[in-house]
Write a protein that binds this ligand. Structure first.
Ligand SMILES: [Zn+2]
Length: 129
């Protein structure tokens, strides 16, 4: 990790800590995911739109599609974040943000058609309930 990278990471941690929006557990899981190169950024071409694909911590190593800011396809996002409002984001979103700020994402380029297809397979928040 470069020095610039650690500075960015530090700034991200500070922001997270100051809002007290995530737990220590979430932080350590997110860091582990980033360490294991578990964050992919799927980039649609030519639009440049992208979505994160983050490997979960369960034994099945499921991959969740997520937008760092507003959405993740995992259960915790729907249950703890959306439903109970207890946390600001899930560990996958945290890992995605961290990896993005560190430049630690694995970039995967696909066509816009492929990206649209991936998104269409992503469960929607509203149909989940
Ligand atoms: Zn998630």
């Amino acid at each position: 990790m470069s020095n610039a990278g650690s500075l960015v990471a530090e700034a991200v941690w500070k922001a997270i800590e100051s809002t007290r929006s995530v737990t220590d557990d979430q932080l350590s899981v997110a860091t582990r995911i980033v360490d294991q190169s578990g964050v992919k950024r799927v980039l649609g071409e030519p639009s440049g739109r992208s979505i994160f694909q983050v490997v979960g911590e369960s034994r099945r190593k499921e991959e969740y599609f997520c937008f760092a800011e507003q959405y993740c396809a995992c259960y915790s996002f729907f249950y703890d974040t959306k439903n109970k409002g207890e946390q600001l984001c899930c560990t996958h979103q945290l890992a995605a943000r961290l990896a993005a700020s560190l430049g630690a994402c694995i970039e995967v380029k696909v066509s816009d058609e492929q990206l649209a297809l991936l998104l269409s397979k992503t469960p929607k928040c509203l149909t989940f309930y």
